[in-house]
Design a protein around this ligand. Structure first.
Ligand SMILES: [Zn+2]
Ligand SMILES: [Zn+2]
Length: 476
């Protein structure tokens, strides 16, 4: 007997949306059948999904929990909210998997860095999770051997910065020689590189220039973290990768038309490269920095301009952008507003909860995207690129029963007070065309009608392996 049957809804299957019943046994999807066929067999629990869209749980491939928020002159930076808070919010909004980061710092081996992060998350996260290994600064040669082992052990992606981001955050940037070596290791071991690409020379030059001109307000951020920087750095990383057989790239938080163009050109040549953008880049521009509390819209690199936003949107429609992430930094408004300058404004923002409904509203409702395209942007594509598919990101027999019922009758207006993240939201007052009525994590209903029944023991670490096909050419 099945444990749960979800019937009567429009299920977004890998083959496309269709009316279907979904049967769950234990933690997995055990059967998918014609409407009414599984419901007739009976189950311990039968869920009526009539009028609703049934999708695989959302995947946010870019979040930061327990993350230091640096302030120049402050020795002990405040930490962002932990995984318990972020995953609670994520599940309420229909996201069942988040990918955070394991920074390799000090004298840590890569394995130590990952294990340290896993200890923090174990029993402390309501949803499933994984980490991008994050390499910082000068890479010691012995790290390269450890990296190959880590990839083979299921830690498939490695984040690197091509910039220190701000003048006070020295030590993040990985120099090009080291990136080259890491890409070679990843190509050989079967991993993928996740790059924060900005041209450090241009960015630091602009910091100096704006400080000299006494134009240090954060509303000038797009002049510092600018479109030319994205052009130069994306193309430089792409040229490097294109010289290494089997080198796959995931460009994080693509923010400009120049970045989109760089990814598109590389994809046209068959380079296995994938683009991530953030929902704030799709919905706000540098003009919004001028609003009251304009910092709440900011995420590094920076908001850009109308033409950039249009290019990003166009690229989400079978173009250079495959995923829409949050770059979640969950903190109180007071902390988000603590910096006011181009060099001290807190990046990231609270968004993991409304992301899925916001993207549904912006794609399906406002732009006429198909349901499969929407599911691709918020779940399936991240699963494929990051090596979780088809365990995650698919309503298919054998997949984890991470199932979300998205209800287009539950229209609502975003209010921070009704969310589970922070005391503010950059989407305050936005209308949503749907909201999840139910979230299931590996066969357990964890949110139903707004009532949370999850447990901190529910979340599991997810080992990942990027398929050779994903690393051979741009297939997503
Ligand atoms: Zn970044
Ligand atoms: Zn980030």
């Amino acid at each position: 007997m099945l444990d749960i049957v979800v019937y009567g809804g429009t299920a977004v299957l890998p083959s496309g949306p269709e009316p279907a019943d979904i049967g769950v046994a234990g933690e997995r999807i055990a059967a998918i059948g014609a409407p009414g066929s599984l419901a007739a067999l009976g189950a311990r629990r039968v869920v009526d999904a009539a009028g609703q869209i049934v999708i695989p749980g959302g995947i946010d491939p870019h979040v930061h929990c327990n993350w230091p928020m640096p302030m120049p002159g402050v020795a002990q930076p405040t930490l962002t909210e932990p995984a318990s808070r972020v995953s609670l919010a994520a599940l309420h909004g229909g996201t069942t998997t988040t990918i955070d980061f394991a920074p390799v710092e000090g004298g840590d081996t890569i394995q130590q860095a990952i294990e340290r992060r896993q200890r923090q998350w174990a029993g402390a996260c309501y949803g499933d999770y994984a980490f991008h290994t994050m390499l910082l600064g000068k890479i010691a040669p012995e790290r390269l051997g450890e990296l190959a082992e880590a990839v083979q052990a299921g830690h498939a992606s490695v984040k690197m910065f091509t910039t220190d981001i701000t003048p006070s955050r020295k030590g993040r940037m990985v120099d090009f020689g080291d990136i080259w070596e890491v890409l070679k290791v990843l190509a050989h071991a079967g991993g993928i590189a996740a790059i924060h690409a900005e041209d450090n020379d241009i960015v630091m030059h602009m910091y100096e220039k704006l400080f000299r001109e006494d134009r240090t307000g954060f509303e000038n951020m797009a002049e510092v973290h600018n479109t030319l920087s994205e052009d130069l750095s994306f193309n430089r990383v792409i040229r490097l990768a294109a010289n290494i057989e089997g080198s796959a790239l995931y460009m994080m938080h693509t923010s400009a038309a120049t970045g989109v163009a760089a990814i598109a050109a590389a994809r046209a040549k068959g380079v296995p490269i994938y683009g991530e953008t953030l929902h704030q880049y799709l919905m706000y521009t540098a003009e919004d920095y001028k609003k009251p509390n304009g910092q709440i819209y900011h995420t590094y690199p920076s908001l850009k301009f109308k033409a950039d936003q249009e290019a990003l949107w166009k690229a989400t429609d079978h173009g250079a952008i495959q995923t829409v992430a949050t770059d979640e930094i969950c903190c109180p408004l007071r902390i988000k507003l603590q910096g006011r300058r181009i060099d001290d404004t807190t990046g990231g923002n609270a968004g993991v909860e409304p992301r899925l409904s916001l993207i549904y509203t912006e794609t399906v409702e406002k732009r006429g995207y198909g349901l499969s395209e929407f599911v691709g942007l918020v779940s399936a594509n991240a699963a494929k690129i990051m090596g979780l598919y088809p365990r995650k990101g698919a309503l298919a027999v054998g997949s984890d029963a991470d199932i979300v019922l998205l209800d287009p009758r539950r229209r609502k207006t975003v209010r921070a007070a009704e969310l589970h993240e922070a005391d503010y939201t950059p989407w305050e007052g936005r209308d949503l065309a749907a909201w999840p009525s139910l979230t299931m994590l590996r066969g357990k209903i964890v949110v139903e009608g707004g009532t949370f029944t999850g447990d901190l023991k529910d979340g599991q670490f997810l080992p990942r392996k990027v398929p050779d096909e994903i690393r051979a050419r741009p297939v997503v």
